[in-house]
Design a protein around this ligand. Structure first.
Ligand SMILES: [Zn+2]
Ligand SMILES: [Zn+2]
Length: 205
């Protein structure tokens, strides 16, 4: 694995700026990789990790960069829980480590680096220099990953009976049709209350 500074530089380029979140994310991911014995997550070990992130903020980009876990590889799983936390699953060993950023780290930043201003710079310095134990709580956990959640899973593809759109990875629901037969519905058609979009007449509407 590259050094902290090398990874931080790559994270800055990929993310667009160097923020406290990049520092925290790089540290979180490096710590987890070391604990799991995943030395080369983007190289020789690139198929070992699956990562669950619990927030969609700056640090998430850094975690993806260090681990090589990306949405497009089905190796990055998002849980919209608003927590600065992530779980790193090693598929090779079955071990998983959940890491949470401590609430106390901001206060610790003020205590430890009172002369650094502004607050953003203080936070960045603290996130560089505080120990892993000062920054994070981590615990070993078990994550049950079904076959359909695995990065390499090749599920069948069906067509939604209502909208006609193709659905991969078994993300459909079976329903009984009025004639007693079976129909397959995509999630958008099966649960329209969860649909995040609605059609409009014109782009401005
Ligand atoms: Zn950022
Ligand atoms: Zn549909």
């Amino acid at each position: 694995m590259e050094s902290f500074e090398e990874l931080l530089q790559q994270a800055e380029v990929a993310h667009g700026h160097l923020c406290a979140g990049q520092i925290l994310g790089v540290r979180m991911a490096r710590m987890a990789c070391r604990a799991l014995g995943v030395d080369d997550p983007r190289g020789a070990d690139r198929k070992r990790l699956v990562c669950f992130v619990e927030i969609d903020r700056c640090a998430t980009d850094a975690i993806g960069l260090v681990t090589g876990c990306r949405l497009g590889r089905r190796a990055l799983k998002f849980r919209d829980w608003g927590k600065m936390a992530a779980t790193f699953v090693d598929l090779a060993s079955g071990r998983a480590l959940r890491v949470v950023a401590r609430e106390s780290s901001r206060e610790l930043a003020r205590e430890r680096f009172p002369d650094v201003e502004p607050a953003g710079a203080q936070q960045k310095q603290a996130y560089r220099e505080l120990t892993d134990e000062e920054l994070f709580v981590s615990q070993w956990v078990r994550v049950e990953l079904s076959e359909a959640e695995m990065p390499g899973f090749r599920g069948g593809r069906v067509t939604c009976s209502a909208c006609g759109e193709g659905v991969n990875f078994g993300r459909f629901e079976r329903r009984v049709a009025p004639d007693g037969g079976e129909i397959l519905l995509c999630r958008s058609c099966a649960q329209p209350q969860e649909r995040y979009w609605k059609p409009v007449e014109s782009p401005e509407a």
